[in-house]
Ligand binder design. Structure first.
Ligand code: FPP
Length: 251
């Protein structure tokens, strides 16, 4: 049995996706420059990955850098890239120790060559780990991803390896960068913004959405626990009626 405020271990979301927002505002509130906010954001990433392992969440996908983020001032883009690469390099021994597997989704070819190489090294080093799958969305956007999938499918239709009448939802899913990753059960966005911001738009079709005013650097295990408990009180119907869901859960 679990109380209203405790996590029900039998209903833990398998996959949580997070739009980590509010680093800049967190820093501004403290009179610091934005990069301090991103640094504090890295600490929150470590904290939340550990909490996911503890709660039994298998996939954690983090929106670390969107295709639109390339349009930020060059100093911020450079600082973010350096921070991301340095953090990954520095954290790899701990990822190994904690059995975390690093994955990435997005247009990795747009990253500076050295950065892409370092991510790929970390991914291959951690490939055999069987604990939490930490999926970083890097140079990612849904519109980019769906456009890319359409191009791949169109090419295969042209070459004759896909029959147009056989294209279904599964064909699309298999051509997305999240191929092999289950759809998120829960999407969390921090900092009070109520938007999806071009993140996993195909994959979020039936995800539960949770918005909190807490800025990402302040998001901790207790905030994650609250989000999971809230999720566990939702009824996921996937387009069916409430009666059908209750009936099925009796089986
Ligand atoms: C949004 O805050 C955050 C980002 C654009 C970058 C997030 C990156 C990190 C937290 C580093 C992640 C590190 C690893 C290792 C995955 P914002 O800058 O948009 O904040 P604002 O809306 O308050 O300006």
């Amino acid at each position: 049995m679990s109380g209203m405020n405790e996590i029900d271990k039998s209903k833990v979301p398998q996959h949580i996706a997070i739009i980590m927002d509010g680093n800049g505002r967190w820093a501004k509130r403290k009179g610091l420059s934005r990069i301090f906010g991103h640094q504090a954001g890295v600490t929150a990433v470590r904290r939340i990955t550990e909490a996911c392992a503890e709660f039994g969440v298998k996939y954690l996908t983090l929106y670390a850098f969107s295709t639109e983020n390339w349009n930020r001032p060059k100093e911020e883009v450079d600082a973010l890239m350096t921070l991301l690469v340095d953090s990954i390099e520095k954290e790899t021994p701990d990822l190994m120790k904690n059995n975390v597997r690093l994955l990435a989704i997005g247009d990795l070819g747009r990253l500076p060559e050295k950065a892409e190489q370092k991510f790929r090294n970390c991914m291959s080093q951690t490939d055999g780990n069987t604990g939490v799958n930490l999926v970083l969305a890097l140079s990612y956007s849904s519109r980019w991803e769906i456009t890319d999938a359409v191009k791949q499918i169109a090419k295969q239709v042209k070459e004759g390896s896909i029959n147009i009448d056989k294209i279904d939802e599964d064909t699309i899913s298999k051509h997305l960068t999240t191929n092999h990753i289950p759809d998120p059960d829960l999407l969390i966005r921090t900092s009070g913004e109520l938007r999806i911001s071009n993140f996993l738009m195909w994959q979020l079709a039936y995800s539960e959405l949770y918005f909190t005013d807490v800025y990402w650097p302040d998001f901790d295990k207790e905030e994650l626990r609250k989000a999971i408990v809230d999720y566990q009180h939702r009824e996921r119907r996937f387009g069916k009626t409430s009666e059908q869901i209750t009936e099925n859960s009796k089986i």
